[in-house]
Each structure stands twice: as C-alpha cells, then as structure tokens.
Design a binder for this molecule. Sequence first.
Ligand code: SF4
Length: 106
Amino acid sequence: MRDRHLSRRSFLRNLAIAAPASSLIVAAPSLAQDLPPLATDDPQAAALMYVEDASASTAPNFKPGSNCANCALIQGNDGDAYRPCAIFPGKSVASAGWCSAWAAKP
Ligand code: SF4
C-alpha cells in the first residue's frame, strides 16, 4: 500500500514537472510562425515609418533596394513573406517592407 501511495505521489510530481515543459515544447515552434503582422498604424511602426512595400516608402533616409529581407535586424527564415524583427517583438514584418531603422547586414 505504501509503495502504491509513493508511486502515485511520484507520478503526480513528475506530471507537475512534465506538464510545463511539454507546453513550452509545443509553444516554441509556433512563436516565429504565428506572430501577427505588424500594422502600419501601430504607433511604433508609424514612428519608424514602417511600410509593407519598401518601394512605397517616402522616408527621407530610404535607400532604394533596401528592405526588411536584407536588413540586419530581420530574424527567422529567408524566403518567408513575414518574419520576426528585433525592433518589433511579438510581431512579424513583411520581408518586402521597410522602416527607418533599416541597417545593412554586416
Ligand atoms: Fe524591416 Fe529592418 Fe525595420 Fe525590422 S528594422 S522593420 S527588418 S527595415
């Protein structure tokens, strides 16, 4: 009886440890893929003159040919239409987009 009680306690303890770990494993892959697109009217996006189409930028420091895909601050996978950006945590930016924080890749 005592062994049975201990094993149930051990099981519950292990379950308590495993449950949060498994939720992290499930949540981690969805972060980069499921970030909501950054809205151009987001206050920080507007302050940095973010546009989804770099060629439409009217920012005075816009350099033709620059876009999010070739910015040093882009994250995620090459070729994805929307990717995380170090400047806008929790959002994704258009690979074809641009903002005034653009920096050349080293
Ligand atoms: Fe795009 Fe770079 Fe601006 Fe991020 S910092 S929105 S990747 S131009």
